[in-house]
Design a protein around this ligand. Structure first.
Ligand SMILES: [Fe+2]
Length: 237
């Protein structure tokens, strides 16, 4: 599996808080069959998680030191929260695309749909970024309106579903929403979004089993290997 959404770096968000916790998570990912992982620490200024381009080198130096060759092959990235500062972050080239790509992982706000959402997404795209929308099943203001899902896909945005939603780890509501998106063929990527080693079993392993029940082995490969590989520009065979 190629996991494009993972909180592997330590001490920078609500993921691991020590090198040891990162090591445990990396080992659990490998054991679950994850070969490549994007380290998508939160970039969320309201919570003082400022994992922008300026700190990437330090984050990855620390990870290299703690992990060495332990765990999957690591890629840079961030989970960019869509707030009023994100456009400026993108304009100042402080967004963090996956290594050697122009793809960024984007998290929408939870409470209400941002006014002019499509316009904001279009403006970010106009700056040269391609957008992968994180755990799209978690936003009822989108998922309760199937035409909005279609509008996002038709506009060229890629939708990511959390495997943990499919396994029911976040509750029935998100499970049903995730199943609908997957069954409708609207997801481009399924990912782990693990924050600690203990997440790997319920999110990735049980999530992969749930995905397999919906789409079979070929669907699992498409959403967790082939299409993530397309985004990273790596060999997904
Ligand atoms: Fe996340």
């Amino acid at each position: 599996m190629i996991d494009l959404h993972c909180h592997l770096a330590y001490g920078v968000d609500d993921g691991p808080q020590s090198p040891e916790e990162s090591i445990k998570l990396a080992q659990a990912l490998s054991q679950a069959g994850v070969t490549h992982v994007a380290c998508t620490s939160h970039l969320r200024r309201d919570k003082f998680w400022v994992n922008d381009q300026s700190v990437q080198e330090a984050i990855h130096q620390n990870l290299d030191q703690a992990l060495g060759n332990t765990g999957p092959l690591r890629f840079k990235g961030a989970e960019h929260y869509l707030d009023e500062l994100l456009l400026e972050t993108c304009q100042q080239k402080q967004a963090v695309p996956f290594t050697n790509t122009n793809w960024i992982l984007l998290e929408l706000p939870y409470q209400i749909e941002p006014p002019n959402l499509m316009t904001i997404l279009f403006r970010i795209r106009s700056l040269g970024y391609k957008l992968l929308l994180a755990h799209i099943e978690r936003f009822p203001y989108i998922t309760d309106h199937p035409h909005k899902i279609e509008a996002l896909v038709n506009a060229g945005y890629a939708l990511q579903v959390n495997l943990g939603s499919l396994s029911g780890a976040y509750g029935k509501v998100y499970q049903k929403a995730a199943e609908k998106i997957i069954s409708g063929g609207h997801a481009f990527v399924a990912a782990g979004d693990c924050h600690r080693a203990e997440d790997v079993e319920p999110f990735i392993l049980q999530g992969l089993a749930a995905l397999r029940r919906l789409l079979g082995d070929s669907g699992v490969r498409q959403l967790t290997v082939e299409q993530p590989a397309q985004i990273l520009g790596v060999d997904g065979k």
